[in-house]
Design a protein. Structure first.
Length: 249
């Protein structure tokens, strides 16, 4: 918000203040995630949920590493081609992709699909992948280079699945209405945040990017998403605990 209002910016004299604030935000996010893991570990059935909590923690750690890359501390531009200025964003895919794949595994555990549900999900995943590929090709710039193209194109297909999982969570009758709606929002925002990066930061403005405004917008959406999805283990625990109480009555 401060960037959009022109109070401070990652470009110029206030750069270090912005990066420090963002680093603090990420640190608090990690602390919150670790606290959630600790709470899960104290539950009487902790052994069943510990792997799930670990998935979310490691997912966040990978994403935080990607965030550090996106800080572009060395301020390097046009590293992989002469078309895309902020091509360091492609480097962060090496961290964000495994990070989100771990989160997807955690979501899959929560959904608990089996039988025909798995088949329907695979079909939906293929359709989502085609739509993501079509969207990517529409914004891709010729001459971006194979490195940027392969990494960002592959990641566009992967991160689109976050929105699909969000929709699956939203329509899941096994999860209480409010938690599933909030968690679904977090997953969908993950896709929105990275879609904005591709459209307006990497390939936008003929490869120059609408920077730093898009960075500020993306940051707000991304942090909101992460702050929500790290609560997935708690939602799973509460859902299962609710089931057990219902079966006893």
């Amino acid at each position: 918000m401060f960037t959009l209002l022109g109070v401070w910016s990652v470009v110029g004299e206030t750069r270090n203040w912005v990066l420090s604030f963002e680093a603090l935000t990420l640190t608090l996010l990690l602390c919150n995630c670790l606290i959630i893991r600790q709470v899960i570990g104290q539950h009487q059935h902790a052994r069943s949920y510990w792997p799930l909590a670990n998935l979310v923690v490691f997912s966040l750690l990978f994403c935080l590493a990607g965030d550090v890359v996106n800080f572009n501390l060395a301020q390097n531009y046009f590293q992989h081609s002469a078309v895309v200025k902020h091509d360091y964003l492609a480097d962060s895919v090496w961290f964000f992709m495994p990070g989100y794949l771990l989160l997807f595994l955690a979501c899959w555990r929560l959904l608990g699909y089996s039988g025909a549900q798995v088949v329907y999900f695979v079909v939906a995943m293929l359709i989502t992948s085609l739509l993501a590929l079509f969207s990517y090709l529409n914004m891709h710039l010729p001459g971006s280079g194979w490195y940027v193209t392969v990494l960002t194109g592959g990641y566009a297909i992967v991160i689109a699945q976050a929105a699909l999982l969000g929709l699956c969570l939203l329509i899941s009758s096994d999860i209480p209405k409010t938690p599933r709606a909030i968690l679904a929002l977090g997953m969908i925002l993950a896709t929105v945040a990275d879609a904005l990066i591709g459209q307006f930061w990497i390939f936008g403005n003929e490869g120059q990017g609408y920077y730093p405004q898009i960075r500020a917008i993306n940051w707000a959406i991304y942090i909101t998403s992460q702050a929500i999805v790290i609560h997935l283990p708690v939602i799973t625990l509460n859902r299962d605990h609710s089931f057990s109480r219902t079966s006893m009555t």
